[in-house]
Each structure stands twice: as structure tokens, then as C-alpha cells.
Design a protein around this ligand. Structure first.
Ligand code: SF4
Length: 383
């Protein structure tokens, strides 16, 4: 048994439906239109039952993350049915962190009440912006007022662990508008904030417009100013960055997402979901029709498997460690892989140290605030 199998694991459940497709989104999701999610739920329950008969049935789970897509399109009875089956199939700790991703446009007061009753203890709400024009640009269906109202209802219902998502670098967005978003979110005081710099992905509507020079993004300098505003505002408000795009009040880091960045095992259910058991990674096909058909037939879902060899595990450990503000443990790399990063990349490390792009403290090598914004370019130098 390796390290991963000794540690608590997480379950991720991918709900691939949304009210409509946002122009920047490259997640596997599609408009729900008039589809009933019942068949999808049956398929997920069937997949969970199969997984429970494998090594994934031997783990102890302390996080469940219902993501997507837009899981708040599900009503509480549907989520309850899924959770009850997961509890029946797997060993899930009593104090497990159970998160559901929600959008303000599909989250009602009734659902919020019921979600709490069925054991969900964390909501991640896709706010994205407090500016109506930017929400429209992003294709979001809610207004800023609706997002704020939904947030207050969650609080009134008793949710004590709420995460809000924001995006910056939106077409035509200014730093002044972004600072307004930051001020608004700080006034709301959620426990956790995810703030993503918009990435233009190929295959999306934004990607198409960008290639045609029809998408006017803030300049690189303006995006850097937005990044500086983010650091300044959230730090002053008592939030601690623990990952490139994630900030929390002390003790409210997302336990589930930390599993991805610290090499812990996780089971992914649903089309496009990924599982990792400490040795192999398995990716379900991003194909809802095949997923439902196989469930009806009672046969295995289509997936690809990748064996994580030593080189891959080493490279991923370095990259994941660098995403975290805690940094990558040089001692751990030596223990696990017999690899001395400091020795192997001595010249690169010395040069990055002199440019203040990295620091080394207590045997942890980490990116600085300055270099986190360009983390990809630093990471490639260190792997
Ligand atoms: S709601 Fe979220 S998952 Fe759905 S299309 Fe928009 S960004 Fe993608």
C-alpha cells in the first residue's frame, strides 16, 4: 500500500448540464433543455456501485464535491438520492466536507434549506462578477442583485461555509470595476473566495472570437494591476491565499480541491470525471450518450487509463506543490523519489532566487506573489 492509499480520499461527481453554455467555458457541459436528470442519476449510482467493488471501495472518504456543469439544477431529492447511495457504497466520514456548486440563477431558497438538511455543508456559488454588463458578456443568467440575495439566503438558512467565485480579465473590464467586485465580495465576507484570471480556451465561443480579433481583453498591464488589486484587497481583509486562485479565512481551505494538489486519491463519477488511486489515473469519456447507454446496458463506462510512472508522479508533485503557496517540499521529493531538485536545477533555482521569482524557506521551494501570476512559465523551468 502506498502513501495515497493510507490517506483519506475524495469523491467528485460531475453533473454535465447547465441552463445554457457560457462562451468562455471549456468544461464538459451542455444545455439541459428539457432533459430530465433521472437517467443521469441512475447512471451515476450505477457507476458508483461498480467503483465500490474496486480499490476505490477500500478508501475512507472525507470529501464529496458535486460539481459540473450546474448541479443546482438538481432538486434536493435528487441530490439526496445520490448522496444516500454514496453513503451506502463507500466509507464516508461523519464530518466529511460535502460541497455543491451552484449558480444564483437556479438556486432557490427551498433548495438551500433542503441541501442543508441532506448533509451538504459547503456551497460554492458562481458569482463571477458584480457588474451586470460583465455578467452578460460572460453569458451568465443572473444579476448582481440576485447573487447577493442568494448569498444572504444561504447565510439565513445556516450555511457556515460558503465559497464565492469571481473572474477577472473579462473583456472590457477595468481595474476600477474589478476593485469594486473585490470590495463587494469582502463586504459579503464568505469563508472562501476563488478568483480566476479569465483564460481564453480554444474550442469555446471566446476562443473563436479571439482568433478573429473580435474579443477586446484588458491589456497585460491592466491584468497585472488587477492581480495586484486582488492580492492587496484580500490580504488586507484577512484572506490567506493557499493556491494560485484560491483564498480563504483560516481553516476554510477547500479540503476536496487540496486533494488534487497534494496527490491524494479521488474517485470521479460522471462523464469526463477523472479518478486517481495513487497508481493510475482513469478518465471517463466526455460522452453523455455513451455514458447513459452503457448504464442501460449494464456494461462498463468508456474510459482511458494512464499509469502514473515515477517520472510523471515526480513532475506532477513539483507542479502541484508550486501551485500551493506552501510550496513544494524538497525533503518530500528526496524521500519519495530520491530526487534532489535543488541540485538538479541548481543554476535555474539560483537565477530565479536572484530575480525574486521563488523563495526557499524551511526546505519548501515556493513561488512569490510576483511569479504566481506567471506560474506556468516558472513551472516549466523547474520540471
Ligand atoms: S454555468 Fe459553469 S459549467 Fe455551465 S457553461 Fe457556464 S461556466 Fe460552464
Amino acid at each position: 500500500m502506498n502513501d495515497s492509499q493510507n490517506s483519506s480520499a475524495g469523491i467528485y461527481l460531475h453533473f454535465p448540464f447547465c441552463e445554457s453554455k457560457c462562451p468562455y467555458c471549456d468544461f464538459y457541459s451542455m444545455p439541459i433543455e428539457d432533459k430530465e436528470p433521472t437517467e443521469y442519476i441512475d447512471a451515476v449510482i450505477s457507476e458508483a456501485g461498480r467503483a465500490a467493488d474496486t480499490v476505490y471501495g477500500s478508501f475512507i472518504y472525507d470529501t464529496i464535491y458535486v460539481g459540473g456543469g450546474t448541479p443546482s439544477l438538481l432538486n434536493a431529492d435528487e441530490v439526496k438520492r445520490i448522496l444516500e447511495n454514496l453513503h451506502a457504497d463507500f466509507n464516508i466520514e461523519k464530518d466529511a466536507e460535502i460541497t455543491i456548486e451552484c449558480n444564483p440563477s437556479s438556486l432557490t431558497e427551498e433548495k438551500i434549506h433542503e441541501y442543508l438538511k441532506i448533509g451538504i455543508n459547503r456551497i460554492s456559488l458562481g458569482v463571477q462578477s458584480f457588474c451586470e454588463a460583465h455578467l452578460k458578456t460572460l453569458g451568465r443568467l443572473h444579476t448582481p442583485e440576485k447573487a447577493i440575495e442568494t448569498y444572504h439566503i444561504m447565510r439565513d438558512c445556516g450555511f457556515k461555509n460558503v465559497s464565492l467565485d469571481l473572474i477577472y480579465g473579462i473583456p472590457y473590464q477595468t481595474n476600477a470595476e474589478w476593485r469594486f467586485d473585490l470590495k463587494t465580495i469582502i463586504d459579503l465576507a464568505p469563508e472562501h473566495i476563488s478568483a480566476y484570471n479569465l483564460v481564453i480556451e480554444s474550442g469555446t465561443e471566446f476562443g473563436r472570437l479571439y482568433n478573429q480579433n473580435r474579443l477586446s481583453l484588458p491589456s497585460d498591464d491592466e491584468q497585472l494591476r488587477m492581480y495586484d488589486s486582488l492580492n492587496e484587497h484580500l490580504k488586507n481583509a484577512g484572506y490567506r491565499r493557499y493556491e494560485i486562485s484560491n483564498f480563504s479565512k483560516p481553516g476554510f481551505e477547500c479540503r476536496h480541491n487540496l486533494k488534487y494538489w497534494t496527490g491524494k486519491p479521488y474517485l470521479g463519477l460522471g462523464p469526463s470525471a477523472v479518478s486517481y488511486n495513487g497508481k493510475t489515473r482513469r478518465k471517463n469519456s466526455a460522452d453523455i450518450e455513451a455514458y447513459l447507454r452503457r448504464a442501460r446496458e449494464g456494461t462498463e463506462f468508456p474510459f482511458e487509463t494512464e499509469i502514473i510512472d515515477r517520472e510523471t508522479a515526480l513532475r506532477e508533485s513539483i507542479m502541484s506543490g508550486l501551485r500551493l503557496t506552501k510550496g513544494v517540499s524538497l525533503a518530500n521529493l528526496k524521500d519519495r523519489f530520491g530526487y534532489d531538485l535543488r541540485e538538479d536545477k541548481r543554476d535555474t533555482i539560483n537565477s530565479l532566487l536572484s530575480e525574486r521569482m521563488i523563495t526557499i524557506e524551511d526546505e519548501f521551494l515556493k513561488l512569490t506573489d510576483k511569479s504566481l501570476f506567471i506560474s506556468d512559465s516558472i513551472m516549466v523551468k523547474l520540471i
